[in-house]
Write a protein that binds this ligand. Structure first.
Ligand SMILES: O=P(O)(O)OC[C@H]1O[C@H](O[C@H]2O[C@H](CO)[C@@H](O)[C@H](O)[C@H]2O)[C@H](O)[C@@H](O)[C@@H]1O
Ligand SMILES: O=c1ccn([C@@H]2O[C@H](COP(=O)(O)OP(=O)(O)O)[C@@H](O)[C@H]2O)c(=O)[nH]1
Length: 632
């Protein structure tokens, strides 16, 4: 019995031990499972958050107007950059857009921002850091006041406080906007610097130089001292954008910098944080003349070098990327250049940094335009526009030519007017029949070259209307010239009302108007110049060959004779032929929606450096900045 009890105890003891072991094993397995689960959740969270895009551009996607009441009104902005980037950003409310709001604030009380007239005569040379870049001055305290928004305040004590309050109410409007959209954060820049950066270096030098129109570079830059001091302001503003971009980014974000205003941001960001993936897209051509690297070398070489410090760079056309690679080869002899023909990507390694360079022709979000086409109010407006332009009883064979663009010398408006004048001289049979409706939206008047150009164009437009009259059609006017822009709904109605779209820039990064015209109105004819990136894209796609010419091509906008013959051919083209060509262009644009552009640019597979979730976790462990802690 005792033996039995001993065995019984031992049995229970071993049973208890086994049970304890099972519990320990179970507990370990459970703990490991929980740990693995937490790790997996962490990974998924990191992977999910990898999608955030931080977009950085000079101009914001909105325009702001102060009402008579003093309240701010916020509206969707226009312009090519906004038209193509906004759909990408709208996909996720977590995305963030950093931009300066100054240019898009329409506040008549204040003097116009971006005015070169307010450029200080002499800007002192600032001291430089180890990279040889100027140090930014401490931004004056008042410009930060607007972040202290508080609605329950006493009446302002003085003017300074009153101004600060006004900025606060603007912040309130922005906060509202951010609740229903992706986030929009203002980049605060000193006004003096901003004017020099925007009206001086960006639009007085980089814009004309990169469009290969050196005759429009402002004459002040013949003076090396002015050039260098203005360049310092450009660098300071780029610093401000770069600092804000770094502050607002997490390692897994993709930071996307846009356009010629911000060409040094990649270089500055890399010097602040090497873990960030920073892409750059150039919306304008890259065709600098030789003097960009001789007369304006301070700027020329910095720009060439600055682009190589982005992780990836996108150009609109092969024409522009080829030019860039040729210049890198020429000036940076030690740079290692590799071409991947399968991907059509160049990798350039220079000074220890590697950059991938691709070609991504920008487009539009077709649905954003097509949704207006069949609306009864659009049809009504289309009929009204046609009547207003062509008259009550137009001749049956009269043609409605339509152009719409910013009032910019790159758009070839002067050359178009000269060719249009020549048209009626050479083909008088068109007098009393055809009308050109030209919308040239006034902009950048703060830059001297723009003001002069715009005034000269308006003078020529008046002359055309004075010169050509029709006795058979006495109310006929050959030209309607308008400097106010149209809202998108009105623009679509005008596209539908026209017979022939005229898009003839001297040089243009892409030109979205050409695409919008044919998406909305496949029956329309198109006169298109070889300076437009869209023309290069259409030719590459086989839409203009010896056998099949789907538009009227202008090879040289300065050749008024050949240009006006293209007007003539377009006016006489039978409607069924015109519609057949229009349909081909329409189908091509429909198949190459903006979605294709953005997903191709954002696709991580074409760059040498992809930030992966594991790397994000590693970064999280090894870094302690607040941005990474947010990952948890
Ligand atoms: O901001 P602004 O000075 O008033 O100028 C408006 C924008 O004009 C430019 O647009 C370019 O981008 C388009 C889209 O890629 C392209 O189709 C066009 O050919 C280009 O000229 C400029 O690049 C933007 O930065 C300006 O905001
Ligand atoms: O009165 C106007 C004139 C232009 N646009 C828009 O501005 C953009 C112009 O882009 P584009 O690429 O043709 O030239 P950019 O002005 O960017 O150089 C297009 O999306 C047009 O629809 C507009 O909304 N209203």
């Amino acid at each position: 019995m005792r033996r039995f009890l001993v065995y019984g105890n031992r049995y229970w003891e071993s049973m208890r031990n086994s049970l304890e072991n099972v519990i320990i094993i179970f507990r370990n397995v459970w703990q490991s499972a929980v740990r693995m689960l937490l790790y997996a959740v962490f990974q998924v969270k990191a992977m999910l958050k990898i999608q955030r895009v931080i977009n950085v551009s000079n101009a914001p996607p909105v325009s702001l107007k102060r009402e008579k009441t003093g309240d701010w009104e916020i509206k969707q902005g226009s312009g090519g950059l906004v038209a193509c980037v906004d759909p990408v950003m709208s996909k996720d409310h977590e995305n963030l857009w950093l931009a300066n709001l100054g240019m898009n604030i329409n506040d008549k009380k204040n003097k116009r921002p971006g005015s070169v007239a307010s450029i200080p005569e002499s800007l002192s040379f600032p001291s430089t850091n180890t990279l040889g870049l100027p140090l930014i001055k401490q931004t004056i305290a008042e410009v930060f006041f607007h972040v202290l928004a508080d609605d329950d305040m006493d009446a302002p004590k003085n003017e300074k406080q009153k101004k600060a309050r006004e900025e606060m109410s603007l912040l309130g409007v922005l906060n509202n906007y951010n609740r229903g959209n992706y986030k929009l954060n203002p980049v605060v820049v000193q006004e003096e610097d901003y004017n020099v950066y925007y009206g001086g270096i960006s639009n007085g030098l980089l814009w004309p130089a990169l469009h290969n129109l050196p005759e429009y570079i402002v004459s002040e830059y013949n003076d090396e001292k002015i050039l260098r001091s203005h360049w310092c302001a450009y660098v300071r503003v780029n610093y401000q954008f770069a600092i804000d971009a770094v502050r607002n980014s997490r390692p897994q974000d993709f930071i996307w910098i846009h356009d010629y205003h911000l060409m040094l941001v990649g270089m500055i960001m890399q010097s602040l944080d090497q873990h960030l993936e920073v892409g750059f897209f150039l919306h304008i051509p890259f065709q600098p003349p030789g003097e960009f690297f001789s007369k304006y070398s301070t700027v020329g070489f910095a720009v060439l070098r600055g682009l190589l410090r982005f992780t990836k760079v996108g150009f609109q056309t092969h024409r522009d990327r080829t030019k860039y690679i040729e210049l890198v080869q020429h000036y940076f002899g030690t740079a290692k250049i590799v071409y991947d023909s399968k991907m059509d990507i160049y990798s350039v390694t220079n000074e220890g940094w590697t950059c991938s360079l691709g070609v991504f022709p920008v487009s539009i979000k077709n649905d954003d335009f097509l949704k207006f086409v069949d609306l009864p109010e659009t049809i009504k407006l289309k009929n009204e526009i046609r009547k207003r332009v062509m008259g009550e009883n137009p001749p049956q064979d009269g043609r409605f030519f339509f152009s719409v663009e910013r009032f910019d010398y790159t758009k070839g408006i002067m050359e178009k007017l000269q060719a249009y004048k020549r048209y009626f001289e050479k083909h008088p049979d068109r007098i009393g029949k055809d009308v050109l409706y030209q919308i040239a939206v006034t902009n950048r008047r703060s830059v001297d070259t723009y003001r002069v150009y715009q005034d000269e164009c308006i003078e020529l437009a008046d002359k055309i209307n004075e010169t050509f009259k029709s006795t058979e059609n006495p109310t006929w006017k050959p030209l309607i010239f308008q400097t106010d822009g149209l809202q998108r709904s009105e623009l679509v109605a005008a596209y539908l009302a026209m017979d022939i779209g005229v898009v003839t820039p001297k040089k243009d990064g892409m030109n979205l108007v050409a695409k919008e015209m044919l998406v909305c109105n496949p029956k329309a004819g198109l006169v298109l110049s070889t300076g437009a990136g869209s023309e290069i894209q259409f030719t590459t796609a086989g839409l203009y060959t010896e056998k099949e010419k789907n538009y009227h091509r202008i090879a040289n906008v300065f050749d008024a004779d050949a240009y006006c013959d293209a007007f003539y051919a377009a006016a006489l083209e039978p409607e069924d032929m015109r519609a057949e060509h229009g349909k081909r262009l329409h189908e091509f644009i429909m198949a190459n929606d903006i979605e294709r552009w953005s997903s191709a640019f954002l696709d991580p597979s074409w760059t040498h450096e992809v930030i992966r979730p594991t790397q994000v976790i590693f970064n999280y462990i090894s870094r302690s900045s607040p941005a990474t802690i947010e990952l948890l």
